[in-house]
Write a protein that binds this ligand. Structure first.
Ligand code: FES
Length: 102
């Protein structure tokens, strides 16, 4: 699919997360130290939107059972999550944020 527009940079707040739909895929976008990161937005444990969780120390905490993933790598950090979270490449062109879902 290549690069797909996901959001405007202005939609993001430093240290925050938003959920967006990109061509039918639930994607979470984060802004950490001025850099945008993207992961899948559904927890790998059960069904919960990570964008409804909390960002802390570079990790996203799931709102359902408080499992955590490293936002930059998708690596599961603590129980009950064990499965890695998909991460996506991100690029910014002006105010537009693009993600590559492949
Ligand atoms: Fe995310 Fe259980 S659904 S930790």
């Amino acid at each position: 699919m290549g690069w797909l527009r996901a959001a405007s940079f202005d939609d993001l707040k430093e240290g925050g997360v938003i959920g967006v739909d990109v061509a039918g895929t639930a994607v979470a976008l984060y802004l950490l130290d001025g850099v945008v990161y993207a992961t899948h937005n559904i927890c790998t444990h059960q069904f919960a939107f990570l964008s409804e969780g909390y960002v802390e120390d570079g990790c996203i905490e799931c709102p359902l059972h408080q499992g955590q993933f490293d936002i930059r790598t998708g690596k599961a950090q603590c129980a009950p999550v064990t499965g890695r979270l998909a991460t996506y490449q991100v690029k910014r062109e002006g105010d537009d944020i693009f993600v590559d879902l492949e």
